[in-house]
Write a protein that binds this ligand. Sequence first.
Ligand code: S5P
Length: 266
Amino acid sequence: MEPSEAWGERWQKATSPLAKRYMEVATTKQSLVCLAADRNTMAGLFRLIDEVGEHVAALKTHVDLVDDWTRESWSEFCRAAHEANLLIFEDRKFADIGKISRAQMAGIYDIRSWSDLVTAHLISGPDVVDGLQAGWSDVGRSGGVLLLAQMSSRGNLLHPAYTEEVVAKGAAHAGVFGFIGNGSRPTELQTLRTAVGEEKMIWTPGVNLAVGDGEMGQRYGDPTEAVVAGSDCIIVGSGIHKADDPQHAAAAYARASWDGLLKRNG
Ligand code: S5P
C-alpha cells in the first residue's frame, strides 16, 4: 500500500518532511508504533532494537535514565536505530526559556546531534520551540518538536483551555512537528484532533493492550481505539519492553495500530 492511500488527508496536508518520512516508514512496516525504550542499560537497549526494530516505526528515548551511558555506546545505538529505519525521538520535555533550551540541546548528551524529534512543554511560551530549532541549526541539522498538549498521567494540569492554547500556538509554527495527546481517553483525543486539524501529527502515550491503570498514576487505553480517534502514532513502553516476548508483543501492537489506521480511513 502507498502512504497516500494509507494516510489519506494526513499525507496530503502534511508539510513536514519528517512527518512524511515517518508515514512512509510506518506504511512499509505496517506499524504506527513508537517504542518507548525505557531500559536503563545499554545492553538492554541494544537487545530491544534487535528484537523489535522491524515492528516499530520510531524510537523514543530518555537518554538521562541510562546507568552505563557513554558517548560511544550511544552513537553506536543511534547507528543501530538508523539501520532499523527508525526516527529517534528524545523525550526530554524541555520547558525552559528559549536560550536555555537551546543550550540544553548541547551539553553532555548533545541531543541536537542525534535526535530527529524532541518533546517540549509550552508553559514558558513559544520561544522554547525557536530555542530548540536553533539548537539543531547550531550543528547543521533539523528536527521537529512535539508539544505536550495533553498527558496520560492522572491528575495532570494540562486542562482543556491550556490544551487549546498549545494547539493554537503550535499549529501555526513550522518548527512544531505535532502534539502529544492522551492515548488513554479516545474522546479527549477526538477533541484534540478536531482542534489540531489534518496537518500536524498527534502521537499518544498511555496505550496498552491491557487497558486500565498502570504504575504510579499512568493510565492506559486501547491502541486501536486511540488511532481511530485520531492518533498517528502510539507510544508503547512497558507493553513491549517488559513483555516476556518483546518481539511478539511489538508485532501485536503493530497490528492493532495498523488496523486502527485502516478503520479510520475505511
Ligand atoms: O503524557 C505522557 C507523555 C509521555 S511522552 N505520558 C507518558 O507516559 N509519556 C511517555 O510515554 C513516558 O515518559 C514513557 O516513556 C512512555 C510511556 O511508557 P509506558 O511504559 O507507560 O507505556
